[in-house]
Design a protein around this ligand. Structure first.
Ligand SMILES: [Zn+2]
Length: 232
């Protein structure tokens, strides 16, 4: 997909980090949210913007040593986590070079590195699920349905585990939102019974916003439609 460089340039600035693994400088590109108009939100909460897809810019990657994490994650790795990342990732990392403005292909690679780092340092299920979900959305932007569905499935597994044993919020996602996401992701992998159950769980939540309630009813309708399709 070709990108309009001038429009992108205007929306992006750079921030410097020092890599906590190798001390090299990381130039991270950040999207100015205020200048990027929100167009629409998919039923599973993937937001679509007019000019730049901010999803492509949400991972910090050290191109020298392979350290990667979401830019939303403010805590740096602990000593024990750093040791694991250095041994299992940095020691074998061949380096990376991305486009000036990230393509979907670049973004896929960046999320995969973030997911690998998260797995190596034994991150929470919630964090791994959040990364997998964003990766699925990048595949959606690219039109790769097979990989999109695969990572929707991964995110679903992680969120189900997180709901059992971890605390909320998962980054900006409150408990009710995660319950709704479990329903929406179950719908996408055709587990319609599970999707309906999790709509019920969501609606029973104490802090369901009217907007999320509406989304539940829309999703319920979509499930009914899909059931009819399957029965045909
Ligand atoms: Zn580094």
């Amino acid at each position: 997909m070709s990108q309009n460089v001038e429009i992108i340039e205007e929306l992006i600035y750079e921030k410097d980090y020092k890599c906590p693994m190798c001390n090299q400088n990381i130039r991270q590109k950040v999207v100015k949210a205020s200048k990027n108009k929100l167009l629409d939100v998919d039923f599973d909460l993937n937001a679509r913007y007019e000019k730049v897809n901010p999803l492509f810019y949400e991972v910090v990657v050290c191109e020298t040593c392979g350290f990667a994490q979401l830019n939303k994650k403010e805590e740096m790795p602990t000593l024990a986590e750093s040791k694991l990342i250095k041994e299992k990732i940095c020691a074998n990392f061949a380096g990376r070079k991305y486009s000036t403005y990230y393509t979907a292909e670049d973004a896929v690679d960046r999320y995969k590195l973030a997911l690998l780092n998260a797995i190596i340092r034994n991150a929470t299920e919630g964090e791994k699920g959040y990364i997998a979900l964003k990766l699925a959305w990048v595949y959606r932007a690219e039109g790769n349905e097979v990989e999109e569905k695969r990572f929707i499935g991964e995110a679903l597994k992680c969120f189900l585990n997180a709901y059992q044993k971890e605390s909320f919020p998962i980054f900006e996602l409150q408990e009710e939102t995660v319950c709704y996401l479990i329903a929406a992701l179950s719908y996408q992998v055709d587990n319609l019974k599970q999707a309906l159950n999790w709509i019920q769980v969501t609606l029973k939540g104490e802090e369901v916003s009217p907007k999320l309630r509406d989304r539940c009813f829309t999703l319920k309708q979509m499930i009914r439609e899909k059931e009819k399709e399957i029965q045909k």
